[in-house]
Design a protein around this ligand. Structure first.
Ligand code: NAP
Length: 525
């Protein structure tokens, strides 16, 4: 099966043998993709000149209605997406749900909140600013949808959600998109995308799909375009430094990797409800999607006196997790996405093992259930421990993008803060503690280097959304190593697809624009 590109309103085959998409459980080839020799420059121009104007003719509310229809189409095909996710990503039912249901929920969320922007075509920001002694001359800020195209370059681990979490605010803004999924798992994005094309919900040119390598894509982006990248910090740096991107000041949003931490408060001892929640959360983060989540817990900061109890409790639970072929109903954790990722995990684990104790797992020859270990891409869940994690060489820098985490002992609040900050900018940190002062000082100490902090205490109990769960109403992104980008956060996310400008002139002319604008304060409500 060759998965074609969809560019300039048509399916387009790339030339050459292309790249193979594999089943990471069996090693079997599932499909091929190629972007060789396709006209990317033409596709971007088609999106700008056909898709963009057609989208912007509609109001926010009309586009929200289209998003609702997209949500319905995706819901109707959900079972097929789960099947593809299992085959191409080695996903268990829970893994597939995290990606696919997360995608559908996010689209429906933007459909719902987008209606609140009503019939506006742009956004009016703040009040009228007097600039003269009389009322003859004033100023007003506006946010207007960009007339460019949004280019989504996505990571392999969220082929469904990664596409939809960006498509929701982008299409609601009236901006056409071109999505380039990671080649290895592009089948699911391709299938969802073609379901939307066949349902004929959006104007021609509103959505485009590039399957296979990015090739000359970045040579053709322009001043009014947006590049929204999710993936590794190395690729992010290459994209940021691209001559055309730099030369034209193309807006770039980056969500990169992140060495996230969770912190157990000194007040929490074994045998308490919050201790149990903490253990459950760490194990869930390590094993869901085989640890291939940008938000997953990589470092587990634990008061030194509780290190052994925490290690024993996590190891016990990890020992109960059945790892193997996701087609087996008993299996709770599948493989990582391919052999390259397996090798990369093993390399990272070897570095970590050089300076940490292995508390659980770490066996490169372990036998998964119902799978041939040689052909498959499994990584055994692995828990490590470091007595002096803050000063370790690799613990704070190496992201093992798989089912692995490191316990890091700490002695004081100051240490705990320093450990979380040593991630040099993370998507998320969480704290499990009933000590209000500890939690407050922790939040103050790390807030500037984190996009999100999740706080759990006895008053929350089991009602929290999850350390690794990204919800569309809240900010996703993080500073520094995490890329510095911002996504989601409800309607705030529309900011990426709009440009701010100010009109200085007679109030009547300002009023003409204001009359076709929704109130931008809705973005923050
Ligand atoms: P990656 O190797 O950086 O690839 C990401 C995307 O960039 C893929 O679509 C890839 O295409 C493309 N790409 C590679 N080189 C490029 C270039 N020179 N120009 C333009 N595009 C290029 O990352 P990955 O291995 O797919 O994803 C894993 C990483 O993503 C992890 O480090 C994880 O932490 C991070 N991640 C972050 C978030 C977040 O929200 N912060 C979410 C998920 C994942 P090909 O596949 O065709 O090579």
């Amino acid at each position: 099966m060759n998965l074609q590109n969809y560019l300039s309103g048509d399916s387009v085959a790339g030339t050459g043998a292309g790249e193979a998409l594999l089943d990471p459980t069996t090693g079997e080839e599932l499909a091929r993709v190629s972007s060789q020799d396709v006209d990317i420059a033409g596709a971007l121009e088609f999106a700008r000149t056909k898709g963009g104007p057609a989208l912007r003719q509609m109001s926010y509310a009309q586009r929200a209605d289209r998003l609702a229809k997209i949500g319905d189409v995706l819901t109707a095909n959900r079972a097929e997406y789960f099947r593809i996710s299992q085959a191409n990503s080695g996903a268990t039912e829970a893994d597939a749900s995290f990606d696919v249901d997360g995608a559908i929920y996010t689209i429906k969320y933007y459909a719902k909140i987008g209606r609140g922007l009503g019939e506006g075509k742009m956004l009016r920001e703040g009040g009228n600013i007097p600039l003269a002694k009389t009322t003859a001359f004033a100023a007003q800020h506006f946010l207007v949808p960009t007339q460019g195209v949004a280019v989504f370059i996505n990571a392999f681990n969220f082929p469904a959600w990664g596409f939809c979490e960006k498509a929701g605010p982008c299409l609601l803004s009236g901006v056409p998109l071109l999505v380039k999924p990671a080649s290895a798992t592009s089948w699911l994005t391709h299938r969802m995308f073609m379901d939307l094309v066949n349902a004929n919900i959006l104007p021609v040119g509103a959505i485009s799909l590039l399957c296979g390598g990015a090739r000359d894509l970045l040579d053709h982006v322009r001043e009014e375009d947006i590049v929204s990248f999710t993936g590794s910090a190395d690729t992010a740096n290459r994209i940021r430094a691209h001559a055309n991107v730099l030369g034209r000041s193309v807006r770039v949003n980056v969500e990169a990797d992140s060495i996230n931490s969770t912190i157990l408060g000194p007040d929490v001892a074994a045998g308490t409800p919050i201790f149990d929640l903490f253990i459950k959360e760490v194990v869930r983060e390590m094993t869901l999607k085989a640890g291939q989540k940008c938000t997953a817990i990589r470092r587990v900061a634990v008061p030194r006196q509780h290190l052994r109890d925490v290690g024993d409790a996590i190891a016990k639970r990890l020992g109960e997790v059945k790892v193997g072929n996701p087609r087996n109903a008993e299996v709770k954790m599948g493989p990582v996405v391919n052999k390259a990722q397996q090798t990369s995990c093993w390399e990272g684990l070897r570095q970590l093992k050089g300076e940490c104790l292995v508390v659980f797992g770490g066996d490169e020859h372990f036998q998964p259930i119902d799978a041939d270990a040689k052909r498959a891409s499994f990584v055994q869940p692995t828990l490590l421990a470091s007595e002096d994690g803050l000063h370790a060489k690799y613990v704070n820098d190496v992201e093992v993008f798989g089912p692995a985490a490191t316990l890091v002992a700490y002695d004081s609040l100051k240490d705990a803060v320093a450990i979380a900050r040593r991630g040099l900018g993370s998507l998320v940190a969480s704290s499990f503690s009933n000590d209000p002062e500890f939690v407050r000082d922790l939040m103050v100490g790390i807030g500037d280097l984190h996009g999100r902090i999740m706080v759990v205490d006895d008053s929350v109990g089991t009602q929290y959304t999850g350390h690794g769960n990204v919800v569309p109403s809240c900010l996703h992104g993080g500073p520094g190593r995490a890329g510095g980008g911002e996504e989601l956060a409800g309607l705030r996310a529309l900011g990426l697809y709009h440009r701010r400008f100010v009109v200085q002139g007679p109030p009547s002319r300002i009023g003409d624009l204001a009359a076709m604008s929704a109130d931008a304060t809705l973005l923050y409500s």
